[in-house]
Design a protein around this ligand. Structure first.
Ligand code: AMP
Length: 118
């Protein structure tokens, strides 16, 4: 069982922000911004590429409500999902990073973008 499934089942602790029958939001254990929350489906889906559009249709308003609850809706936030190995996904259970609470930087993704065929 993956670590996020263990969190969903209460076998690992988490600092919860919000939940409903289908989704859970909790604070990231290693925050990269003043507010860094992870939003996951309770159903195990490995990554965004494997995610049904119907799930995203339900997840979108949940994420928006979490952002509002955290007070991020007026000043803005960043929503990221890392997909697969090249995307830097470490936990293979779909999750969206919701980051905010300050003006976020937008740094380069690779050492030399021009040398990386992007
Ligand atoms: P990713 O690299 O996109 O797969 O992101 C995985 C995220 O999960 C990282 O930001 C970790 O800090 C976070 N993380 C890993 N284990 C836990 C945990 N037990 N509780 C909260 N966040 C976690």
């Amino acid at each position: 069982m993956c670590i996020f499934c263990k969190i969903v089942k209460g076998k690992l602790p988490s600092n919860k922000v919000a939940e409903n029958d289908s989704f859970l939001a909790f604070h990231d254990i290693n925050p990269q911004a003043p507010i860094h929350v992870l939003v996951i489906p309770k159903l195990h889906v490995e990554c965004f590429q494997d995610t049904a559009g119907e799930m995203m249709a339900e997840m979108t308003p949940f994420i928006q409500k979490v952002a509002t609850k955290l007070g991020l809706d007026s000043n803005g936030y960043r929503l990221i999902t890392n997909n697969g190995d090249d995307g830097g996904q470490e936990v293979k259970h779909l999750h969206f990073h919701l980051l905010g609470g300050t003006k976020l930087k937008w740094d380069r993704m690779v050492a030399d973008p021009k040398a990386e065929n992007i």
